[in-house]
Design a protein around this ligand. Structure first.
Ligand code: CIR
Length: 256
């Protein structure tokens, strides 16, 4: 159950952010509209929003999920692998302070981005990617294990299509994992029901369970049909402008 979420609308420099998508330049006004709809959806899920001011100094700062990993008891501030994103963490840390008495930080030479961290019940999966190195993952594992969680590392370096672990996996609760084909060979999931993502709908893997709803990207009919067959209430959100910047649904909020 989540009560709060930090969000940060895209700023005037949004199109200057990092991307490998080759889907064209994002349109700021449309990105702002899509972000507003995302915020409305979170409120419909019963979330109290904490809204940061857009910060043009950091074009990727709308992707707040990458800046922290939050459990019920502790907040771990990341050290993004993308050097241009390192400064994003200070405003997040300041906003988390009223909610967390224990705040830890990933230290150099560790790098870690929250998109590489997926919680499955009491087990955290941490992807080793271009953005999250082994050192950063081990530091996070230490904090999480002390907080009572199990941790497994997942090597993503050969899954070239995935920026982050959560680009290819989502935990829906109820023992169900949404999984894209790139991750299907990882032998971690035996005890879970796998909801496979169609190869042509890879972007839809990044969906998010928020309380009674699953948020998913609009335009992926097979994924939407699978979720509704399973009985989930879904909210489909237009994500085109964030997809152009390699961003998915989960990265637009830090939920806790
Ligand atoms: C980046 O490359 O860092 C941003 N343009 C996109 C980050 C997306 N974050 C995520 O999937 N967790």
């Amino acid at each position: 159950m989540f009560n709060h979420a930090i969000v940060c609308p895209p700023s005037s420099s949004f199109s200057k952010g990092l991307t490998s998508a080759q889907l064209g330049e994002p349109v700021l006004e449309l990105a702002q509209e899509q972000h507003a709809a995302y915020c409305t959806a979170l409120k419909r899920c019963g979330i109290d929003l904490i809204k940061l001011d857009p910060d043009p100094q950091y074009p990727d700062s709308t992707f707040v999920e990458d800046t922290a990993v939050l459990t019920r008891n502790v907040a771990i501030i990341t050290r993004p692998g993308a050097a241009s994103r390192r400064g994003e963490v200070s405003s997040i840390q300041a906003r988390l302070r009223p909610y967390y008495s224990s705040i830890f930080k990933i230290q150099s030479p560790g790098t870690l981005e929250g998109g590489d961290v997926c919680q499955v019940e009491s087990h955290y999966l941490i992807g080793i990617s271009e953005r999250t190195n082994e050192e950063g993952a081990q530091q996070l594992a230490g904090f999480l294990e002390r907080d009572g969680f199990q941790v497994s590392l997942v090597d993503l370096l050969k899954s070239k299509g995935l920026l982050h672990l959560k680009s290819g996996i989502a935990y829906l609760g109820d023992g169900r994992i949404v999984l894209c084909p790139d991750l299907e060979n990882i032998p971690l999931w035996n005890k879970y029901e796998i909801i496979p993502v169609d190869p042509e709908e890879g972007y839809a893997a990044n969906c998010v369970r928020v309380n009674e709803y699953v948020l998913l990207a609009a335009g992926y009919p097979r994924m939407a049909a699978k979720l509704s067959t399973l009985g989930y209430r879904t909210i489909a959100l237009e994500m085109s402008e964030f997809q152009k910047m390699d961003g998915g649904l989960s990265c637009l909020s830090l939920r806790f």
